[in-house]
Design a protein around this ligand. Structure first.
Ligand SMILES: [Zn+2]
Length: 77
């Protein structure tokens, strides 16, 4: 999987100064976990493809959990 880059409207939490953010999603559906017959783990890159995700509208601070900005303010690079 390639990692995306995000361009945030702020570089730290205005409440606590925290420097990581997260966005939550509600998930529903089924996931499957694949293992080879020799007992080694298969590629599970598509593990979450069967899920329906409803993403929150707000990003939150990873330290104090307060809402810090809207997803519509985030640019994905
Ligand atoms: Zn914070």
């Amino acid at each position: 999987m390639t990692r995306k880059r995000y361009n945030f409207p702020i570089d730290r939490c205005p409440y606590c100064g925290g420097k990581s953010f997260y966005i939550s999603s509600k998930a529903s559906g089924t996931t499957s976990f694949f293992v080879n017959s020799d007992g080694t783990e298969s590629e599970n890159d598509s593990m979450y493809d069967g899920l329906n995700l409803t993403q929150n509208k707000y990003w939150q601070c990873g330290d104090c959990y307060k809402r810090v900005f809207k997803d519509s303010e985030v640019e994905q690079l």
